[in-house]
Design a protein around this ligand. Sequence first.
Ligand code: F6P
Length: 302
Amino acid sequence: MKIKNIAVLTSGGDAPGMNSAIFGIFSACQDNAINLYGVYSGFDGLIDNKFKLITFDMLDGRINRGGSILKSARSKRFKKPSYIKQAINNLKANKIDALIIIGGDGSTRAAIELRDSGVKVISLPGTIDNDLNFTYTIGFDTATNNIVNAVDNIMDSLSTFGYGTVIKIMGRKCPDLVKSCAKALHTKYTITKREFDIAPLIKSLKKNHDEYHLPPVILVLEDCVDCNELAKILEEKCKFPFRAHILGYVQRGGSPSAFDRKYAFSAGEYAVDVLLQGKHGFAVGMVDDLLTSKSFEDIIKF
Ligand code: F6P
């Protein structure tokens, strides 16, 4: 397929590695004499015609930073057919042959709308939540490391006093970040559902504390329980102090890990490669340690 112009956007929660993915796409475009346009602020930028030709200057010094050089948004307007039409008209007006979307679950749903309207589109899975059906999504590894480092710091201090901690972890409906961090932090205490039985948790916490003097770490998937409330209840029932921590955006920011950089860069190159072979209308990501493509519908998990 003859491709002269590709556009790229980042959408939804930023994920460390998004800039590496943009750089991978940019490099492949350079190699094939293709113009790469960045669309600013996700799908809102498509609607508002915020296209800008990407040059190396825009990426220089920022490739290995977290966040997205193209900014992001959670577009409410893109759910309405009139705005989707406006976005498609802008793609046509800018003579864009294909669009690459880097984002998570919401971005994949938006990619389906575009594909069904005849746009040549490919998506790359960029989200710390790991809630798409690839082995990993771009950003998950970095977020895992961010959380583990933060909890290590917290526990240096709290374990000195023998306090326990309850930590709220991002992930939307997906328990993967909680589970991966629990393994790395060697804690068996995780809460990933709204309904859970508190009695066995209290029993185990008390036993570990009384017999082995282990200061417990309890990892909670966001919105399952109120972490401050839970810490209060545990302190009362277990008879030793608990502190709650809402880690927030410490989890999502920061420099991408080497793994996320390599993954994102290669996925970006791969996306351009498949477009050049005339293929589009699917997501590109990692299964085991190989890049592959899957339909948008197949990667939506929740
Ligand atoms: O999807 C990434 C994520 O960080 C989720 O883990 C979290 O639920 C959500 O985004 C937070 O969204 P926002 O930054 O819009 O508050």
